[in-house]
Write a new protein. Structure first.
Lengths: 162, 103
């Protein structure tokens, strides 16, 4: 068992255990913090897969941005001092059965399929090639994403301030 | 123990996706539903990047993962603004109590 495998299992355990706590723990603030650990573990998995730039983007946007946004959402919509911050759950047993069956089918399908794999290339830095692709063949989509972010910014601000 | 390969990453992403669905269907708070959606988007991203590494696609999977991250950020901002408005109008963010459209 190489060091690569050990690091993979470490990050996989971080991701899955904290994701489990995100969806099961009662206190919503704790859920938000476990969500942070989940995103951190996913960033580690990206690094293991050789996607260094995407991992840094994941850390900056998800861990630095979206989790903070979620925490603000929690703080603005719940009275922190009351007990109502422990959110209710509904229909756990049928949901657990259904999702368990779905997870079993999905996992069995994905794992038992014969994917056409190529030999893995050596891990190289990807930032330069990603940047070149973003401004050449994916240039239009890149610009459209900029417009989407601008629209989301204006829309969120105008929705939230009335 | 077998060597870490493509199926390990697919297993992780399918379990993460299922946990996201579980969070969406069981939690009553709208912010928790958003967290479930983020978990599902992350699972899809793991699949994209795993196939970018083990499939014959070059870096296109990583580009798609970047696009998904951008759209997820926009979606989180808009959704939280909507949740804030719902809280102002209904004084609650429990998704099973906001059923005005049903009447």
């Amino acid at each position: 068992m190489s060091i690569y495998d050990i690091i993979f299992y470490l990050f996989a355990a971080i991701t899955l255990i904290s994701a489990f706590f995100v969806v099961t723990i009662r206190n919503i603030v704790y859920s938000a913090f476990f969500l942070l650990f989940t995103f951190f573990g996913v960033a580690g998995i990206y690094v293991i897969l050789g996607a260094d730039f995407v991992a840094m983007v994941q850390l900056i946007i998800y861990v630095g941005g979206i989790v903070i946004l979620m925490l603000f959402g929690v703080m603005l919509t719940n009275k922190i001092t009351s007990v109502a911050i422990k959110t209710g759950t509904s229909q756990i047993v049928p949901a657990a059965i259904g999702v368990g069956m779905f997870a079993g089918i999905l996992t069995a399908t994905l794992v038992n399929s014969h994917w056409r794999k190529v030999d893995t290339a050596p891990l190289l830095p990807t930032t330069q090639s990603l940047g070149l692709m973003l401004i050449s063949e994916y240039g239009i989509i890149f610009e459209l994403l900029g417009i989407i972010l601008l629209i989301a910014l204006i829309g969120a601000a105008s929705l939230a301030r009335k | 123990m077998i060597h870490v390969g493509l199926t390990h990453f697919l297993f992780i992403s399918s379990i993460l996706f299922s946990l996201g669905i579980f969070g969406i269907v069981t939690r009553r708070n709208a912010v928790m539903v958003l967290m479930g959606i983020e978990l599902m988007l992350n699972a899809a991203n793991i699949n994209f990047i795993a196939f970018a590494r083990y499939g014959n696609f070059g870096l296109q999977g990583q580009i798609m993962a970047l696009f998904v991250i951008v759209v997820a950020a926009a979606e989180a901002a808009i959704a939280l603004a909507i949740v804030l408005n719902i809280y102002k109008i209904f004084s609650t963010v429990n998704v099973d109590e906001i059923d005005t459209l049903k009447d």
